[in-house]
Design a protein around this ligand. Structure first.
Ligand code: ADP
Ligand code: MG
Length: 507
């Protein structure tokens, strides 16, 4: 368990995330305006009368966004509500021309109900993180304060684009249920899992750098062994894994210090300061916003049929959790390796391509991938899971390259040392397949016993004192003889055969 050491006790972290993902759709949640608000689009060119609430304009629910929400809900192993409602969340802010955000009220069932995602817990085992709900809502516009020295500008292109807000669940009535995020690393793994599920389903780009995935981070702490949850704070609008982890850790330490000095934590909304990695109070509970949800009179309740859900369920691709399970059961990989290989769908596709038709070597391919290729992203075009031709420096190592290299070791064509050498040559830009490289540099393993036997005889003849010592019981000297034979054969001998012949001749 991840804990932070305090003065008198160890503290554990309780983390709840509210993750917003921008729903991929041609048009906005309630209007026909384009939902592509990327920065190259001129400001305020993709705004309909509905988005800015011109009198008499009526919102029309975009069915495609609803389907996207259902798809994501199924990806989160969640219940899909047959009936849910939209309401107006009232507040004033210049990025919100309607004066309210259409959302799904907390008191009513949202389109996506209870569910869970599986991540790798800090102990290396799969861990379920419970989901409370996911609801559809409108995004706000963007204010620009850096265009003019004394004026601020508003760009409403993003106004009304569909967001799906995914909220993790905390079993407050049953605080021993630890299916929640409890460390900064688990928070990152959870967010990456959400991202990969959303991408695999085509529901969202879920890209933090581009702002299509953002998270509000709720944190509280409690002494290890304590059964009650304590007051949490919420740090708003976080857009990078690194900052989220740093904010969680800072906030936890700040709360622990307050408790240790006899104080109480108040349920504040915080902002994260990127410059120094600290958090500070944005607004306190006393001036907490009372949003006042009003039912939206212009929108009908959202009804979803079983048929609709089943039709969408049939289109679902394999999601990361299923891929991990497949790697563990079919290939005998460890949970840890399976988790590494499914960090992104690109990686698992690459691995699947390398393993295709070569399943018995899946474990070695996984080992090479994780311990060697992960360290050389410049030589690894992970997006390119198809075996396209190499395009020059730095040399791209393709799935088929790794597959062939592992085949050659398994077939005793090369030994481990030679495989490493071939790999390094590939990293250095050598073209050709591993087999071609082996041929070019004469890297064939010698398994021919007579050649190895000759080398063994030679070293035994030249090392009388060591032979005597070995026979007197100093068996550790075997390595000395193996080394001699390997040197004599320029590293090409099959080490297993060398061992076998040496043991026979020295006994
Ligand atoms: P709000 O609507 O006020 O933001 P919610 O009840 O929806 O609050 O909770 C928001 C998030 O905060 C959820 O992910 C929830 O699990 C989490 N949360 C609630 N209580 C705690 C707590 N004591 N410590 C940490 N996280 C919490
Ligand atoms: Mg909230």
């Amino acid at each position: 368990m991840f804990t932070i050491k305090g003065k008198t006790t160890d503290w554990e972290l309780v983390i709840g995330l509210e993750t917003h993902i921008e729903v991929l759709s041609k048009s906005k949640l309630f209007s026909g305006a384009s939902a592509d608000y990327n920065p190259t689009v001129a400001p305020n060119t993709q705004v309909s009368m509905v988005d800015v609430a011109m009198p008499g304009m009526l919102p029309v629910l975009n069915e495609y966004c609803v389907e996207q929400a259902i798809k994501m809900g199924l990806g989160l192993n969640a219940e899909i509500s047959h009936h849910s409602k939209f309401a107006r969340k009232q507040y004033f802010y210049p990025d919100l021309p309607q004066g309210y955000q259409i959302s799904q009220p907390a008191e009513e069932p949202p389109v996506v109900g209870r569910g869970w995602v599986e991540i790798m817990g800090d102990d290396g085992n799969p861990k379920k993180i419970l989901i409370e709900r996911a609801h559809l809502e409108q995004d706000a516009g963007k204010l620009k304060h850096d265009v003019h020295p004394t004026k601020s500008f508003a760009d409403y292109n993003r106004t009304g684009v569909a967001l799906l807000e995914i909220v993790t669940f905390l079993d407050v009535k049953n605080p021993e249920n630890n299916s929640y995020i409890s460390s900064p690393d688990e928070a990152e793994r959870y967010l990456r899992e959400i991202r990969e599920i959303a991408r695999a389903l085509g529901v969202s780009k879920a890209n933090m750098e581009e702002g299509s995935m953002r998270a509000d981070v709720n944190v509280s702490v409690r002494p290890v062994g304590d059964t009650k949850f304590r007051t949490r704070t919420e740090t708003k609008n976080m857009v990078s894994f690194k900052f989220i982890k740093s904010a969680i850790e800072y906030e936890a330490r700040r709360q622990i210090e307050i408790y240790e000095n006899g104080g109480t934590v108040s349920q504040d909304t915080m902002r994260y300061n990127q410059g120094d990695g600290t958090t500070s109070v944005m607004r306190s509970k006393e001036d907490a916003l009372d949003y006042r949800y009003f039912p939206d009179p212009d929108l009908l309740p959202l009804d979803i049929t079983d048929d609709q859900i089943e039709r969408i369920r049939k289109t679902m691709p394999e999601l990361p959790a299923a891929t991990r399970a497949r790697y563990v059961t079919e290939y005998g990989l460890s949970e840890y390796d399976a988790a590494r290989l499914t960090e992104t769908t690109d990686i698992s596709k690459w691995f699947d391509t390398a393993v295709a038709g070569n399943a018995s070597h899946a474990k070695s391919i996984a080992n090479w991938l994780i311990s060697e290729l992960f360290a050389h992203p410049e030589n690894w075009d992970v997006k390119n899971a198809v075996d396209t031709a190499d395009s020059g420096m730095p040399r791209i190592i393709r799935p088929s390259d790794l597959s062939e290299l592992v085949d050659m070791i398994a077939a005793n064509e090369i030994n481990g040392k030679q495989a490493k050498d071939i790999f390094i040559k590939m990293l250095d830009g050598e073209s050709g397949t591993p087999r071609e490289i082996a041929d070019k540099f004469g890297m064939k393993q010698i398994t021919d016993t007579s050649a190895i036997e000759a080398a063994v005889d030679e070293i035994i003849a030249a090392s009388a004192p060591q032979v005597a010592q070995y026979k007197a019981g100093k068996t550790g000297l075997l390595g000395f003889f193996v080394g001699g034979v390997m040197r004599a054969t320029h590293g090409k001998a099959n080490p297993a055969v060398v061992n076998e012949i040496l043991l026979r001749k020295l006994s």
